[in-house]
Design a protein around this ligand. Structure first.
Ligand SMILES: [Mg+2]
Length: 147
């Protein structure tokens, strides 16, 4: 059973956000609760894009990609910072010296190893919106409860 990310939520925490399969479903629809989630996390945490749409460390493509689903305040998306450029594994872009949560629907073996050798496997929240369409809503509720 997963411990839940809630116990990791400290006063200041970085949130690394994947897009496909986390913010947007595989069918191209906004995940349930997306608008409220973006408003909440960008208002309370430092957020970073951690997605192939921002692999080179420039945020514009990620912003445009999410913005095109419509109905989102673009200013919220522009609050999300670009992560460091990464080549093979997303964990290259994570600052392990600061508390963080990483939301993603995919975890490569090299990434699992990078987290595990630091004892930080629980900092990654594995998303499966097909199995649980309300996962984003639940995460936000957990974060609000613990903040
Ligand atoms: Mg993804």
């Amino acid at each position: 059973m997963r411990k839940g990310i809630c116990y990791l939520v400290l006063k200041t925490v970085n949130i690394y956000l994947d897009i496909d399969g986390v913010l947007i479903t595989k069918k191209g629809k906004p995940a349930n609760g997306l608008f409220e989630f973006l408003e909440y996390v960008t208002g309370n945490y430092t957020c970073y894009w951690l997605t192939t749409h921002c692999r080179d460390g420039t945020p514009e493509r990620a912003v445009e990609y999410v913005n095109k689903i419509g109905g989102i305040d673009k200013e919220l998306l522009e609050k999300i910072k670009p992560c460091k450029p990464w080549a093979t594994f997303k964990t290259e872009a994570i600052d392990f010296s600061e508390p963080f949560i990483w939301l993603d629907d995919n975890l490569f073996e090299g990434e699992r190893r990078a987290l595990n050798e630091r004892g930080m496997l629980q900092n990654m929240e594995y998303f499966d919106l097909v199995h649980d369409p309300n996962q984003l809503v639940k995460i936000m509720a957990e974060m609000k409860r613990k903040s």
